[in-house]
Design a protein. Structure first.
Length: 131
């Protein structure tokens, strides 16, 4: 992660691996996330390191915003995956329900969402949050 020795820092996505070997390889473009859950984890991590290019690249063209406005007072802390449907190696769509923990101006909080993902041109993409 920027400003640290990311080779030894565990990834904020929640998997027990250093950032460089975990989500960092997706952010760098060395590999594509193999499942919707891994894409969700890598996108959470991308919000944490403010990797706008990765977030836009992994957002479906039909719902992609023109840019990401990061809140400088917000720090993403950890991610909990609550449930998944589909989104595996042989699927073409899936959902990931998650809880993302953050701190904003020294106050903890959490965002819970059920996100929809699709396989598009061989890569998993985020489409939208489901109601």
């Amino acid at each position: 992660m920027p400003g640290s020795d990311s080779s030894n820092v565990n990834c904020v996505c929640g998997l027990p691996a250093p950032y460089d070997d975990c989500c960092g390889r997706f952010h760098r473009g060395d590999a594509n996330a193999p499942t919707a859950e891994r894409l969700m984890r890598s996108r959470f991590s991308a919000f944490g390191v403010q990797d706008e290019a990765y977030l836009l690249r992994t957002w479906h063209p039909s719902t992609r915003p023109p840019r990401i406005d990061f809140d400088p007072a917000l720090r993403w802390q950890r991610l909990e995956i609550l449930a998944t449907t589909g989104g595996r190696l042989l699927d073409t769509e899936g959902t990931v329900r998650f809880r993302a923990h953050y701190v904003r101006r020294k106050r903890p909080g959490a965002l819970e969402e059920n996100s929809r993902f699709v396989l598009h041109d061989g890569a998993w993409l985020y489409v939208t949050a489901l109601a």
